[in-house]
Design a protein around this ligand. Structure first.
Ligand SMILES: NC(=O)N[C@@H](CC(=O)O)C(=O)O
Ligand SMILES: [Zn+2]
Ligand SMILES: [Zn+2]
Length: 427
């Protein structure tokens, strides 16, 4: 199969290219990039007015497979990824069984290969069964292809064990993706601790629940030299601490999710569990600090924390419903609308945060449109304004607070390994 993408605005952070050009794809590889390519292709795509970017890389998704496939599975959630412009996703290990050994890693990788839509890399758990007592078979999982470890869903509360895990991760040359939440301090909190929580009589989650673990993990990263990547940062102090860590040359990177830079706790609708996620929606000064941190380069990744749950599970009280929202099919539009049109990021920086930087952190040869690379490409219309419609999601789940929200920027096509895995024209 040969594809010619004509006249799009190529955004490639790896080569600092921002120019109108053509791309020629042959047998899954970008074989040529330049002005007015004359080669004949089986399929020609007119990309005039569109951004042509490397396929997005999501460092943080929940595919729910194995064990929670009523919420989502490898097939439905990689379809969701394709519709969101993603060509590589990292699956978190809080499944049933927990991904704490190489067999489960191989199960997910084989399933993703047989579905054949986007690249899935399975993250290994830090401890056996995510019980926080004994290290998982980290080396074995890395040998089976895990690009990172994470205890996502919770923190490794035992600092000695957390340090031991970092030492193994350092020796394996992989990052530790860290969900920062002090289990004792959070208690039964469900939303951010503030006036809204009080008014609704809900137990609150303070910023310190997150900040304390971020501080500890940065200190452990300093002690061990392991690469610490902070998941779903939501607080003002997270930005301050990452800035400090970088000044001290501690190997720390950090991600922010679209809901945390788009919404504050004031946007919550009483009783609507689509606003319940962990960490919770925070205050305005937190949101502003996250946007500034993304803008000045302190926070280098935008990930989704795509967390599918069924309507039945979410159709419950704020106290009982599970935490989490889906995110892959809204992330590019929300990032473009809030951060690019909002003046915080250039289009190139958007590509860096959503594709190039994640690839760099994970040591993947992805996130670029250089000649010779596998053809993972996304076409994006920066002019298209529309309302998000959860009923069009390809995810098995529809739990989003963004239904009917007006956004600008639409994923038009996703190409993975030279194969068209999503085409908006066919919807
Ligand atoms: N973010 C969430 O609210 N939920 C995640 C767990 C997590 O990312 O911590 C989930 O697995 O549902
Ligand atoms: Zn988490
Ligand atoms: Zn998560």
């Amino acid at each position: 199969m040969t594809i010619l993408i004509k006249g799009g605005r190529i955004l490639d952070p790896a080569t600092k290219t921002d120019d109108v050009m053509d791309l020629f794809i042959e047998d899954g590889v970008i074989t040529k990039r330049g002005k007015n390519i004359k080669k004949k292709a089986e399929k020609t795509i007119d990309a005039k007015g569109l951004y042509v970017m490397p396929g997005l890389v999501d460092m943080h998704v929940h595919l729910r497979d194995p064990g929670f496939t009523h919420k989502g599975d490898v097939e439905t959630e990689t379809r969701s990824a394709a519709r969101g412009g993603y060509t590589t996703v990292l699956a978190m290990p809080n499944t049933k069984p927990v991904v704490d050994n190489a067999d489960v890693v191989r199960y997910v990788h084989h399933k993703a290969e047989s579905v054949g839509l986007v690249h899935v890399l399975q993250v290994g758990a830090v401890t056996k069964g995510q019980q926080g007592e004994e290290l998982a078979d980290i080396k074995e999982m890395v040998e089976a292809g895990s690009p990172a470890i994470s205890e996502d869903g919770k923190s490794v509360m035992n600092s000695l064990l957390a340090r031991d895990a970092m030492l193994v991760a350092r020796d394996c040359n992989i990052p530790v993706l860290s969900h920062c939440e002090d289990k004792n301090l959070v208690g039964s909190g469900v939303v951010n601790e503030d006036e809204n929580a009080k008014r609704w009589g809900l137990a609150g989650i303070t910023n310190s629940v997150e900040d304390i673990m971020i501080a500890r993990n940065i200190l452990l990263s300093k002690d061990t030299g392991a690469h610490l990547h902070l998941c779903h940062c939501s607080t003002k102090n997270s930005v301050i601490m990452v800035k400090y860590a970088k000044l001290e040359h501690i190997p720390v990177s950090a991600e922010v999710c679209p809901h945390h830079f788009t919404l504050t706790s004031d946007d919550m609708v009483e009783g609507d569990t689509n606003y319940k996620m962990n960490p919770p929606l925070r205050r305005k000064d937190d949101v502003e600090a996250l946007k500034k941190g993304l803008s000045d380069g302190t926070m280098e990744v935008i990930s989704t924390d795509h967390a599918p749950h069924t309507a039945d599970e979410k159709n419950s009280s704020m106290v009982k419903a599970p935490f989490g929202i889906v995110g892959m099919e809204t992330a590019a539009a929300l990032t473009y609308t809030e951060l690019v049109l909002g003046g915080y990021l250039t289009p190139m920086q958007m590509v860096e945060k959503m594709s190039y930087n994640p690839a760099q952190i994970l040591h993947l040869k992805k996130g670029t449109l250089e000649e010779g690379r596998m053809a993972d490409v996304m076409l994006f219309d920066p002019e298209c304004t529309y309302a998000i419609d959860k009923n069009k999601f390809w995810s098995k789940a529809k739990n989003t607070p963004f239904h009917s929200r007006k956004v600008t920027g639409k994923v038009m096509m996703t190409i993975c390994d030279g194969k068209i895995v999503y085409d908006a024209a066919e919807e």
